[in-house]
Design a protein around this ligand. Structure first.
Ligand code: CA2
Length: 152
C-alpha cells in the first residue's frame, strides 16, 4: 500500500513568491508542491499538500493525517509557530514522525519568531534551507519510515 505524507503550510504561505523575495525567495507555493511531489515520488511516497490561513483548519488536517494513518507529517506552521497550543495538542496525537520546517532560519531572525511550540512535538526541525528544506524533510521522513529510493 502506498504511504502518504501530509505537507501542511500555515498562514500567508499562499503568498510565497509574490512578496518579500529577499526573505522567502521567488518560488511560489505551487513550486514547493511540485518539489514535494517529485521528491516523494523518488521514494514511492505520495503527498497530501495543503495550505490554510486558519488555525482550526490546520488542526483538522493534523487529525485527518492521524486518522488516515499518514506515514508522517511535515508542517510549516508559519505565524502559528510561537502561538498555537491547539496545533501542538493535535500534533501530540500523531504516532508517526512530525517534521517542522521553516524556509528561513527563524533563530537568526526577530526574537518573537523563536521559541516554537511545534518543536515540542517534532521529531526533526529544518530551518534556513529555503524551499529545498521541503525536499530535505521528505528525504529524511522517507528514511524514518524505511522508504527506499526507487530505481529509475
Ligand atoms: O521561514 C518560514 O518558513 C516561516 O515559517 C515563514 C512565516 C514566518 O511567520 C515564520 O516566522 C517563519 C511567514 C510566512 C509568510 O509567508 C510569506 C511569503 C511571502 C510573502 C509574504 C509572506
Amino acid at each position: 500500500m502506498t504511504q502518504t505524507v501530509y505537507v501542511l503550510n500555515g498562514p500567508n504561505l499562499n503568498l510565497l513568491g509574490t512578496r518579500e523575495p529577499e526573505k522567502y525567495g521567488h518560488n511560489t507555493l505551487a513550486d514547493v508542491e511540485k518539489l514535494c511531489r517529485d521528491t516523494a515520488q523518488r521514494f514511492g511516497l505520495t503527498v497530501e499538500f495543503r495550505q490554510s490561513n486558519h488555525e482550526g483548519q490546520i488542526v483538522d488536517w493534523i487529525q485527518e493525517a492521524h486518522t488516515k494513518k499518514a506515514a508522517g507529517l511535515i508542517l510549516n506552521p508559519a505565524g502559528y509557530t510561537t502561538t498555537s497550543i491547539a496545533i501542538l495538542d493535535a500534533l501530540f496525537m500523531m504516532t508517526t514522525p512530525v517534521i517542522e520546517i521553516h524556509i528561513t532560519n527563524i533563530h537568526a531572525r526577530e526574537s518573537f519568531r523563536q521559541g516554537s511550540y511545534v518543536s515540542k512535538a517534532a521529531k526533526s526541525v529544518i530551518a534556513g534551507f529555503g524551499i529545498q528544506g521541503y525536499a530535505l524533510a521528505i528525504t529524511g521522513l522517507a528514511g524514518f519510515v524505511g522508504a527506499k529510493e526507487q530505481s529509475k
